[in-house]
Design a protein around this ligand. Structure first.
Ligand code: ZN
Length: 442
């Protein structure tokens, strides 16, 4: 064995598949309702058991019956250093077995993939973390700095019973943590046979979900009526739905596009980044949403009888704001809906953005390049939100880094919350090797 060869880690790379499979077989569907979100406790107990087997004590904290969150700390060898938080959620979005090629909770292995709801979002990463830590414990490896592990509930419904609960009620568990890794980043996008971009999340858009309320005069559906809440609401919803907000280039997107332009050898017009983004194929819909604020109507409610004009009507709009744009987005929306429609926020969580530099980024990049010589790590902004929103409230600098090497033809973004969610077995094992290198050195 030469000195620069990867350390032989057959245990962790073998075990990750079994760990991920076990987790996929625990149905942790998050319905958004505490009475029917049952599996998180079982999953947290499974993780606790796997950690206890190798001598790691974990604490489980329930925010409500069954809504379980697990936290454990692996002490580092250099106690003066800041700690690193490694977090993954255990819940998944619902899956309808009738739509799937395999049962979504069967953990089937087929065609080189492990299939199941949560395979990429994000029991794959949960399993990688467990595999690495178990391997370390068995072989006496210790990280340089404290590594705090958090396995959370409720990420898929806004994290109130998960990461937000932990940061609000168990802040002390994260003492000393200044940086964090979690979803959604570290996955590959193939440029050609030799080169792959690895998208590391350094920013995420804000969540600005709002409810519109229209009021009008109730009345009989058969009569002349010029103050109809449904009509007023429908007009406002249509104006929002058709509106395209202006392009706003953030530092992260600028850095991403500069790197892409370099690696792909294409010119990108800063005034029209979307033409270039459209050429990115499977990741175009992730990146495309990060050059402007967006607002998509998602729910409508009004009326109770076919011939009665209701006095009120409501709609929900899923808005996502770029870093620093939440106030501006609100101003634009108020202008679009006009003075007669009331706006209230159902959820408002700020966007995040950090820089793509420093030791932690260097260690991520090195670990990727060591396992894939064709790796080009690039920063990017996620259009959705993650548990990073909660952890960043503690002043923690959050990155999306759950490394996965993916086949060139896989529509990765389409698998998130999608039908036939699956993770390539070799990608999972690649992730373990990268994570192991990264966590040892960071
Ligand atoms: Zn997720």
């Amino acid at each position: 064995m030469t000195s620069d060869a990867a350390p032989a880690r057959p245990d962790a790379t073998d075990e990750v598949v079994d760990l991920c499979r076990d987790l996929l077989r625990i149905d942790t569907t998050n319905t958004g309702d505490n009475d029917t979100s049952a599996g998180e406790r079982r999953a947290a107990e499974y993780v606790a058991e796997k950690l206890a087997e190798v001598g790691v004590d974990a604490e489980i904290h329930e925010s409500a019956p069954g809504r379980a969150n697990l936290v454990a700390r692996i002490p580092g060898t250099e106690p003066g250093r800041d700690a690193l938080l490694v977090h993954g959620h255990l819940d998944v979005v619902p899956a309808d077995p009738d739509e799937w090629s395999v049962h979504p909770f069967s953990g089937e292995i087929r065609d080189g993939y492990l299939w199941g709801r949560g395979a990429i979002d994000m029991k794959d990463f949960d399993a990688m973390v467990l595999a690495v830590v178990r391997d370390w414990q068995r072989t006496g490896v210790r990280p340089r700095r404290d590594v705090v592990l958090a396995f959370t509930a409720d990420e898929e419904a806004g994290s109130d019973y998960g990461a937000h609960f932990l940061t609000q009620h168990h802040r002390d568990l994260f003492d000393g943590c200044t940086e964090a890794i979690g979803e959604v980043g570290g996955f590959s996008y193939s440029v050609d046979e030799q080169r792959r971009l690895y998208l590391i999340e350094t920013a995420e858009k804000g969540i600005d979900w709002l409810r519109l309320r229209a009021r009008g005069r109730p009345g009989h559906g058969s009569m002349v009526h010029d103050d109809n809440a449904v009509t007023a609401l429908a007009e406002a919803v249509a104006r929002i739905g058709r509106h395209r907000f202006p392009v706003v280039m953030t530092d992260t997107v600028r850095a991403f596009l500069a790197e892409v332009s370099d690696v792909l050898g294409i010119e990108i017009d800063p005034d029209d980044p979307e033409t270039a983004i459209a050429k990115l194929g499977p990741i175009a819909n992730i990146i495309g949403a990060t050059v402007r604020n967006t607002a998509n109507p998602t729910r409508l409610a009004a009326g109770y009888k076919d011939n009665v004009i209701p006095g009120r009507a409501t709609a929900t709009i899923d808005c996502r704001s770029l870093p620093g744009q939440s106030e501006e987005l609100e101003r634009q929306l108020r202008e679009l809906v006009g003075p007669d429609i009331a706006i209230e926020y159902v959820q408002r969580q700020p966007a995040l953005e950090t820089t793509f530099d420093g030791d932690l980024v260097a260690r991520m990049s090195e670990a990727l390049r060591a396992e894939d010589p064709g790796a080009h790590p690039v920063p990017y902004m996620l259009s959705g939100g993650t548990d990073a929103k909660a952890f960043s409230q503690l002043g923690i600098r959050c990155f999306g880094f759950a490394p996965l090497r993916l086949p060139a033809d896989l529509n990765f973004s389409g698998l998130f919350h999608g039908i036939d969610e699956r993770v390539p077995l070799d990608g999972l094992q690649f992730g373990v090797r990268v994570l192991d290198r990264f966590l040892r050195t960071c």
